[in-house]
Design a protein around this ligand. Structure first.
Ligand SMILES: C[C@@H]1N[C@H](CNC(=O)Cc2c[nH]c3ccccc23)[C@@H](O)[C@H](O)[C@@H]1O
Length: 442
């Protein structure tokens, strides 16, 4: 008989991170919405690299913030909007231009599977308040307007048919249909974004309908939870866990509760002692930004490094894609997903269902970096920075014999008093980071 939670902090605090979430390691985040039509933001900074002050909000690299970026009345997005659409063209005027005429959810789900992702998180309502599902609480949704399809329902079915878990993102504390003063500073975000009981009830009801309609494996709340209904949070969480036994939530509930903590680009702290998740776009934006071409997106080597460094530190990587309004995924984003999937086909055994190793990352000389994961008593050693066809690497404090997960590589091991000395032949830079398995090496 599965545990039944009650609407108290004591009860929901007994919830533990489900094994499936820790084992999945890699998910696909999807930001798709009205903002995908203008698809414009300046290429400025990574979140966390600079203060989120007025300069940030008037030069916001997040294309999904287009509504606010024109609402502030100045800056590159505002000027772009006036020049391209004119000052009488409202944000909602983009809705009929979002047709999703080429959208094939099954194709998306197949691509995510080929990328090696094990879960997906879709925006069901972002800050603009537009719902990507047929909500009972507003007609400002994608069944009534724009695509005129149940995007959340169709994608959930397709994702699950490919054997991946489906998660839902909800903008809990910002909804520009309820409070749309321009945001110039962080406090505007979290302080008075939606200061009414009406919104608190609305958001509670929508979060519950999302749970009841789609049974999401991840409930990814963003920004925060309305202060007026913080007392209702344990009831929501208990209901969610009782309806979705494998359910898991992030840490953006006013700091009151989390299953896993989150980092976003450079913002947030990761602590390898507890489960965390890194989310970011392939460029500086989550929503599709026409300003970001292939050269502005993260390189494949850096993407593989990000996955390995995150997983070896007890994190999951939630990598975002920003689809075009017609429902296709930009080629430069698809290319990176497929390259990651190819790497994971060879090295995934050292990623999926692993846990944090007692070994910490370290440099092994000549610019070589080592990262570690563990699976019971077996140790996986990721070696980054090889350059030559033949390499010798010392892995400090590791004993035993090693085999490579890439069968086209040849490895010889020698035990020394400092650790395991490995000779690796057959390397080429297309292999990026390689992985050794050391039986009983943990
Ligand atoms: C996934 C992205 N989330 C953004 C909001 N993120 C933040 O406010 C950053 C943040 C809030 N609490 C945190 C806790 C840890 C790390 C980052 C944050 C949204 O504003 C973006 O549009 C996008 O949806």
């Amino acid at each position: 008989m599965s545990k039944k939670y009650t609407g108290t902090w004591n009860s929901v605090n007994e919830h533990e991170v489900p094994k499936w979430y820790d084992g999945c390691k890699f998910g696909i985040f999807i930001h798709w919405g009205i903002y995908s039509v203008p698809a414009f933001a300046p290429r400025t900074w990574e979140l966390g690299a600079v203060e989120t002050n007025e300069e940030w909000f008037c030069n916001n690299p997040y294309a999904e913030w287009y509504y606010n970026s024109i609402n502030v009345g100045k800056g590159p997005s505002y000027e772009h909007h006036i020049e391209k659409y004119g000052k009488d063209f409202s944000y909602e005027d983009f809705l009929p231009m979002w047709k999703a005429e080429n959208w094939q959810p099954q194709k998306w789900a197949e691509l995510f599977r080929k990328a090696g992702a094990k879960y997906v998180v879709l925006t069901t309502k972002h800050h603009d308040g537009f719902c990507l599902y047929p909500s009972e609480y507003t007609d400002f949704n994608c069944e009534e307007l724009g695509p005129k399809r149940d995007i959340t329902g169709e994608l959930t079915d397709a994702v699950r048919s490919e054997g991946l878990k489906m998660g839902l993102y909800y903008s809990g504390l910002i909804d520009w249909q309820f409070a749309n003063d321009p945001i110039f500073k962080e406090e505007d975000n979290f302080g008075n974004a939606c200061p009414t009981f009406e919104y608190a009830d609305y958001s509670y009801n929508q979060m519950k309908e999302l749970v009841d309609k789609y049974h999401p494996s991840v409930f990814w709340n963003d920004i925060g939870w309305p202060k007026q209904s913080e007392h209702m949070m344990p009831y929501f969480l208990a209901h969610y866990y009782n309806v979705v036994e494998e359910g898991v939530v992030n840490d953006r509930f006013n700091g009151l509760y989390h299953d896993f903590s989150t980092k976003e680009y450079k913002q947030g702290e990761a602590n390898r002692k507890e489960k965390w998740e890194m989310c970011r776009g392939m460029g500086l934006s989550f929503g599709y930004n026409e300003n970001e071409g292939d050269d502005q997106l993260i390189s494949v080597p850096d993407l593989i490094h990000l996955l390995v460094a995150t997983v070896s530190d007890n994190g999951n990587l939630l990598l975002n894609i920003g689809p075009k309004p017609d429902g296709t995924i930009p080629a430069e984003q698809e290319k990176r997903l497929l390259a990651l999937g190819k790497w994971l086909e060879i090295n995934g055994e050292g990623i999926y269902d692993t846990s944090c190793s007692a070994h910490l990352p370290e440099t092994a000389g000549d610019g070589v970096q080592l990262f570690f994961t563990a699976k019971e008593k077996d140790l996986y050693v990721f070696i980054e920075g090889l350059s030559k066809e033949e390499n010798t690497v010392l892995i400090p404090g590791v004993k035993g014999s090693a085999e490579t997960l890439d069968s086209t590589l040849n490895v010889q091991c020698e035990e020394t008093k400092e650790g395991m000395k490995v000779r690796i032949n057959g390397y080429d830079k297309e292999k990026h980071i390689i992985c050794l398995k050391v039986k009983d090496g943990e």
